[in-house]
Write a protein that binds this ligand. Structure first.
Ligand code: AMP
Ligand code: AMP
Length: 361
């Protein structure tokens, strides 16, 4: 486990006037780089050859490091290069998608804007649930075994990408029938049964509020809100029920894009309390709590109950809908504020106040 002392030693050698903001070339990198440039930072992008076109068309990157595979971020030569460039890494979804939690906590000796300790809480479904429940959030009920199913549940496989292999079931009998079918079709394996997570299906609409936890200002700001455009689930309704049955359609949830949304205003106070409480609990679990962006994945039902089924303790790509401005960022900061810029602003303020070590891990 890389400690705060390890990071402090690295930051000590940094030329603080020349700090650069770096990240993997994917997910929310344009958002992050635009914000960094607007706040006067140099930018460094670790990128695959095939994606370099993005940074030619949108020239936001000062230093492009081409890799074959994102795991090369762990190579000593690349880490050394990043440290020489005084890089602060901004973690996003591609970090956790292409690198393991252990690699991020044990092998990446480059300062990150975020709390490495929290990665462990986030990565494990059970500990993540404990964190959110202890923060007072409402979570969908979970069921220990299929025999306990007494309502509509969503069966989730650990590490399932885009909900592939997720399925819905209304009773123990329906569960076993579906499970058998999916095994026969080669989508699941018999041994998956033991690791399936059974969660109450909250029937409602998805809302993803994004917050920014400022250590410098000791405040949690509600900055953005989005919902996802998911294939195939968002298109199933386009075909009639008869054909749905014939093709034995099973919803998958591969993210293709995001929509901005504004929430019914009477729901905002609860959303704000939820953000505050999640950070407060994180402070107890792993001080100083969440550093920077985080997002709650929620479903809101028709009786206006907010169910949270996941947290991302980092920038989510849904904040890309707010590049430039968004209603919630506008309410707090006026024009031209968005997550990438808010991150850069925090790093700048921490540097001015001599508090860089408080926000890096
Ligand atoms: P990528 O680098 O595009 O492969 O994405 C890395 C991870 O972030 C994957 O787990 C994606 O599902 C997730 N992701 C990428 N883009 C979005 C998006 N626009 N909204 C939500 N999640 C996303
Ligand atoms: P995940 O892979 O956990 O992000 O879930 C994929 C999709 O499944 C989400 O975008 C939601 O639309 C849906 N989902 C996950 N958990 C629940 C739940 N408990 N109730 C209703 N929908 C859910």
């Amino acid at each position: 486990m890389i400690t705060n002392q390890d990071i402090a030693k690295i930051v000590e050698k940094y030329d603080q006037k020349k700090i650069a903001i770096g990240t993997l070339g994917s997910h929310s990198s344009l958002n992050i780089f635009k914000g960094a440039k607007e706040e006067g930072f140099r930018t460094v992008c670790i990128c695959k050859e095939k994606d370099a076109i993005m940074y030619k068309k949108y020239p936001l990157v000062d230093e492009l490091i081409i890799v074959k595979d994102f795991t090369e971020l762990l190579n000593e030569q690349i880490q050394e290069k990043l440290r020489k460039l005084n890089v602060v890494l901004i973690p996003h979804g591609s970090f956790t998608a292409y690198l393991s939690t252990e690699e991020l906590t044990d092998s990446l000796f480059v300062p990150m804007f975020g709390n490495r300790q929290l990665l462990k809480w986030e990565a494990n479904r059970k500990s993540q649930e404990d964190w959110l429940r202890q923060a007072g959030l409402r979570l969908p009920a979970t069921f220990k075994t299929p025999e306990d199913i007494d309502r509509l549940v969503i069966a989730k496989l650990p590490g399932a990408k885009g909900g592939r292999g997720y399925f819905l079931a209304i009773s123990p009998k329906a569960f076993h029938k579906k499970f058998k079918e999916l095994v026969q079709r080669g989508l699941l394996k018999e041994e998956d049964l033991a690791s399936i997570h059974l969660q109450e299906y909250a029937l409602g609409v998805n809302v993803y509020p994004s917050y920014f936890s400022s250590i410098v200002k000791d405040d949690v700001e509600l900055l953005a809100m989005d919902r996802r455009y998911e294939s195939a689930v968002d298109s199933i309704g386009k075909i009639p029920a008869a054909e749905q049955l014939e093709i034995e359609v099973n919803p998958t949830y591969t993210v293709v894009g995001n929509f901005p949304i504004v929430l019914r205003e009477s729901l905002l106070p609860e959303m704000m309390r939820m953000g505050d409480n999640v950070h407060k609990k994180a402070k107890e679990l792993a001080p100083p709590g969440i550093i920077g962006p985080f997002c709650l994945e929620t479903v809101i039902t028709d009786d206006l109950k907010i169910f949270t089924f996941e947290i991302s303790a980092r920038i989510v790509a849904g904040t890309n809908v707010g590049i430039g401005t968004s209603p919630y960022a506008y309410l707090k900061y006026g024009e031209n504020m968005y997550m990438g810029k808010r991150i850069a602003m925090e790093i700048k303020e921490a540097r001015t106040q001599g508090k860089l070590l408080d926000i890096l891990a």
